[in-house]
Design a protein around this ligand. Structure first.
Ligand code: MF3
Ligand code: CO
Ligand code: CO
Length: 261
């Protein structure tokens, strides 16, 4: 598949889609408190989908069909954890919440790792580093830069803190499909790879492990955990490359050229 560049009108539609998705993710993050189950979060996400009349990007995705509208990935789970009624959040957990929807036929995909109650300084640093790694990549989402510049920024940021980046999963182009070309690795050489051009929209999503980068997928064929069971954190934004610079579509405070905060 080749890269599909988006027109300014298409970016406006993608922004609408992204704001709905990010707004529901805000509610999910606020609900990630001790005692809540990951299925409680799933129910909140489904209510948001119904309220805003959007479509889940995750439900029934791929093979075996993904069985939920969000991914809830606790502690050593890297990504693709499946919400369950009997999985209860505890004080000190970290949980990655990944959510995606379609509106106006355009997909938005965004994830955050949230601290449940009071977490250890070690977990806090891991989460802060994964968030910072994404911000470092966002700053480089400028036409003329290359995909390898983004990967290198994420990798060097995470490795400078003694962490590793996952290689088995990558970010991706996004638009009328959740996963479009190009792949967006969280590692690489500066100055390598395809150049970013205006109209490119990518989901950048660093997965940072406290230990080794190796991944194991559990029996359900989805849940991806660290092989060494070390902690892992994941952040994701849907980002448009514009003539003015990065536009973080899944962040309400961002405008073209201004990443927001
Ligand atoms: N949202 C994930 C990503 O960031 C993909 C989720 S797979 C699904 O690319 F099956 F849960 F949809
Ligand atoms: Co995602
Ligand atoms: Co994604």
């Amino acid at each position: 598949m080749r890269i599909v560049y988006k027109s300014p009108d298409e970016l406006k539609l993608m922004r609408e889609s992204a704001l709905v998705t990010a707004g529901i993710l805000d509610d999910l993050c606020a609900a990630a408190v001790p005692g809540a189950s990951t299925w409680d979060l799933e129910m909140i996400a489904r209510a948001g989908i119904a309220k805003h009349k959007v479509k889940s990007a995750f439900l029934n995705y791929a093979q075996p069909p993904y069985p939920a509208v969000l991914c809830t990935s606790i502690n050593e789970v890297i990504v693709h954890g499946i919400p369950r009624k009997d999985e209860i959040l505890k004080d000190g957990d970290i949980i990655g919440i990944d959510f995606g929807t379609f509106k106006h036929s355009f997909c938005a995909d965004t994830a955050r790792t949230v601290c449940v109650g009071k977490v250890s300084p070690e977990k806090q640093k891991l989460v802060d580093t994964a968030r910072g790694a994404l911000e470092a990549a966002i700053a480089l989402c400028v036409a003329g830069n290359r995909l390898g510049d983004l990967g290198h920024a994420v990798q060097s940021y995470a490795e400078a803190q003694g962490y590793s980046v996952v290689r088995q999963f990558v970010g991706h182009g996004i638009g009328r499909q959740m996963h479009e070309d190009p792949q967006v690795p969280n590692y690489g050489e500066a100055g390598s790879g395809k150049r970013l051009k205006t109209g490119l929209v990518i989901a950048v999503e660093p997965m940072v492990n406290a230990g080794s980068p190796d991944v194991e997928v559990l029996e359900d064929d989805w849940t991806a955990v660290t092989k060494d069971r070390s902690m892992s954190a994941h952040f994701e934004h849907t980002i448009a490359i514009t003539d003015d610079g990065p536009w973080v579509l899944t962040r309400a405070t961002s405008t073209p050229g201004n990443p927001g905060a």
